[in-house]
Design a protein around this ligand. Sequence first.
Ligand SMILES: [Zn+2]
Length: 302
Amino acid sequence: MESFNIGIDLGGTKTEVVLLQPGGTERYRERVSTPGDNEYTAIVKMVCDLIIKTRRSVSEQSTCTIGIGIPGTIDSEKQVIQNANITCLKGRSFQKDIEKKLRQPVTIENDAACFTLAESLLGATKTYRLIFGVIMGTGCGGSICFNGRIIKGSHGIAGEWGHFSVDPNGDRCYCGNVGCIETKISGSGVEGSFFKKYARRLRMHEIVEGYRNKDPQCVNAFNRFVEDFGRCLGGLVSILDPDAIVLGGGLSNIHELYDQGVKYVKQYAFHNGIDTPIIRNRLGDSAGVLGAALIGAGKSME
Ligand SMILES: [Zn+2]
């Protein structure tokens, strides 16, 4: 009997599914919009419909493992979602609700863990042992991978660096704290503080463009963003001292992070001779969905 692996990457705006054949070759992939009204039942239904549709592309005799990456963390003891930037998932037994509908076991995992595992097994950090993966997109997440396995920690929050509070006078974060790293170096964080300071509603890519075109307000905001990036990653290097850091999410395409940003990382790390490679992802948008499929297949969790 053939066994296939389904991976789902549940995001705030889009959700993707992939089906891997035995051996890992991709057989099917689809991307849909995530229901936009933050309504839990609609999200459960969308995920289940996508899985049912995907399963139809293989024979009924085949088995499929299912892994789902979510933008949040899971309380493994209580089996509920502790915190998520799709806020309707918070406090919900998402895994059980999906299993009930599908009548089969599924694995759910934080999306940064899915990303880091995929890049570490198949992508940019394949040749390193201790890897920290960072997703910088609308939000900001992190995960630790050691020898091809995700480190979870005793409460399942290892790598939740995005919610490290670095500024007691900073902006409030959805997690309940103020001045989290996410409020400093994620797209929504930079956009929010730009609006607060200049009363101009610009998207992150417009702020980056403005910086490159020498708009003084954008230059100011961007310089602060790059320095915050260095401060946040420099602190991380001082604690974990990984062999490499891999960056994912939309903001990982900002090329200035790999020169100016890295200079600040060196400045803020405890040891100024650090040469930790800070690498752009190789799998692009696919890392999350591939990592979810790997995790569903039972590959590589502590
Ligand atoms: Zn937070």
